[in-house]
Design a protein around this ligand. Structure first.
Ligand code: BES
Ligand code: ZN
Ligand code: ZN
Length: 518
């Protein structure tokens, strides 16, 4: 079994007994709004003014010099010189309170975590607002910023230990709010830890995390969380006529796997499930159409879709979401061995469709075709596939938005709402018969590519062929799967993208009253 990173430990300390500053800790993170430039601290909102008074007006001095503004991205770390229980206070700016949304708080929490880590402070406290959604976002930011993949390094570093507190609540009306904050922390912890888990799977290299090892990870997860798991090996796949999976794996010494994980809590056992399908290519060399570019090592993260689905299932189980969810993983390694599929070869897919493989590097759609076909047997209320599918996604969106193709307006809207909240925004893309027509074959029913233009909607059109009218969303996450410049929420390397998005979608979906869930 592969080693997994221990995420930062988040504990809820409840309401502080006195003033939060009195809390004995190495550092306390406090979120602050933007202040008007040149204003004296008399004009500042409470409790910021009172806090500054406790620190002898240090913030006001810094503000006078333009060094403290409360703008997003700013962290002002002050030593209290034992004026309070906390040795240091980190003031993290969230900007204009009118526009400070969850993502602002998530980022502010991340910047503060990075700053404290740089100062070798690994145990600290965070003062949360009395708001469940913001508490969730903050918990996510703390966990994501603390992540480091150190398994193969001599110096493993250590995970932070973070205590979350809220200001004292005297009135009973605050009790609900306290519960909401606690529930928010639980959601944030589940989302953050799921992403850390997905990042680990993508970080472990192709020689370690093979399709068989991925299947073992899924089996272990199922065992831990009481989920049903089924692993189809090569023999079973050939019995199911899964020519896509078998054809892509043919050049590798590693046999393919189709893994199915089912989470069906008590009351939901017989409801139509949400089916999540993940492209899980443990390494994509391109096959015989070998990739030429310099960053081929990034292709160990060509399993980000599968990692995100596994992470989301783990989060759903930890939160006890009331929603039946099936995860389907198409797991292969794409290599140029002697037995590899060649350009021009024709594959028989599980659906009965034949496909001429004109480029073996367009392998994601071949394995997803079989997995999407398999999804239909679960009578799903919707199918969502997540895949590092096209280089074109990076040309279109850079590392920011995720392109979404859909045949269900309701689910697409819900995904957009989830994306907006979780900081992985999605943007709708077109499905059209014209793109499907471009894939019509001459010697087989379909061909797997159709020229260099329109590569992203063409790939989606190929997948659509195998969804056969089901409510379906396709998320192309190639452009967000690998981060090249450091960002407070994302280290350089695999990002585990899609995990937050899917998990938030499931959280929102499960929260809806059963009657309106469609
Ligand atoms: N996993 C890759 C995505 C990718 C694209 C990685 C570009 C690195 C660079 C996917 O399997 C792939 O290779 N897609 C090709 C498809 C093409 C051959 C039609 C692409 O988008 O370039
Ligand atoms: Zn490829
Ligand atoms: Zn690929």
């Amino acid at each position: 079994m592969i080693a997994l990173t221990r995420p930062a430990i988040l504990e809820f300390g409840g309401p502080s007994s006195g003033h939060p500053f009195a809390l004995p800790c190495a550092a306390l993170v406090v979120f602050v709004p933007a202040i008007a430039s040149g204003s004296s601290n008399d004009a500042w909102p409470e409790p910021l003014r009172a806090m500054d008074d406790m620190l002898g007006g240090q913030l006001a001095m810094l503000a006078g010099d333009g060094e403290f503004t409360g703008q997003p991205g700013e962290v002002t770390l002050l030593h209290t010189r034992n004026a309070t229980g906390a040795r240091r206070i980190a003031f993290a700016g969230v900007g204009d309170p009118q526009t400070a949304d969850a993502d602002r708080f998530r980022r502010a929490a991340a910047v503060a975590t990075r700053r404290l880590r740089a100062a070798s402070v690994h145990e600290f406290s965070v003062l949360l607002p009395h708001d469940g959604s913001l508490a969730q976002a903050i918990a996510e930011g703390l966990l994501l910023a603390d992540y480091r993949f150190t398994h193969y390094l001599a110096d493993k570093g250590k995970a932070s230990r973070i205590t979350l507190v809220v200001a004292p609540a005297s009135a009973t009306s605050q009790q609900d709010s306290l519960q909401a904050v606690e529930a928010g922390i639980a959601r944030g912890r589940a989302v953050g830890e799921a992403t850390v888990f997905a990042r680990d799977l993508c970080n472990h290299p192709g020689n370690v995390l093979t399709p068989r090892v991925f299947a073992d990870v899924a089996i272990e997860l199922a065992r831990e969380h009481g989920m049903r798991v089924e692993v189809f090996d090569e023999e079973a796949l050939s019995g199911m006529n899964m020519g896509g999976l078998i054809g892509v794996a043919a050049g590798s010494r590693e046999p393919p796997r189709l893994v199915v994980l089912e989470y069906s809590p008590g009351d939901c056992k017989s409801e139509p499930p949400v089916v999540l399908v993940g492209k899980t290519v443990t390494f994509d060399s391109g096959g015989i159409s070998l990739k030429a570019h310099l960053d081929m090592d990034h292709m160990k993260a060509d399993m980000t879709g599968g990692a995100a689905v596994l992470g989301a299932l783990r989060a759903a189980a930890r939160l006890g979401l009331q929603q039946r969810i099936v995860g389907i993983f198409a797991v292969v390694e794409n290599m140029p061995g002697g037995g590899a599929t060649r350009p021009g070869d024709i594959l028989h897919m599980a659906s009965g469709t034949t496909v001429e493989v004109l480029n073996t590097d367009a392998e994601g759609r071949l394995i997803l075709a079989d997995a999407l076909h398999h999804a239909r047997s679960y009578g799903p209320q919707c199918v969502i596939d997540v895949a590092t599918l096209t280089g074109a996604s990076a040309m279109v969106f850079g590392p920011v938005f995720t392109g979404m193709f859909s045949t269900s307006q309701t689910h697409a809207q819900a995904m957009q709402v989830a994306g907006q909240f979780c900081g992985e925004p999605v943007w709708p893309m077109p499905l059209a018969a014209e793109y499907r027509d471009m894939l019509k074959g001459t010697v087989a029913d379909l061909r797997n590519i159709a020229g260099p233009l329109g590569a992203m909607p063409i790939a989606a059109a190929f997948l659509q062929h195998f969804t056969d009218g089901l409510p379906w969303l396709h998320l192309d996450i190639y452009n967000t799967c690998w981060n090249t410049t450091d960002h407070p929420l994302l280290p350089v390397g695999p990002t585990g993208s899609g995990t937050r998005l899917l998990t938030q979608f499931l959280i929102d979906h499960a929260r809806r009253p059963a009657a309106s869930a469609s």
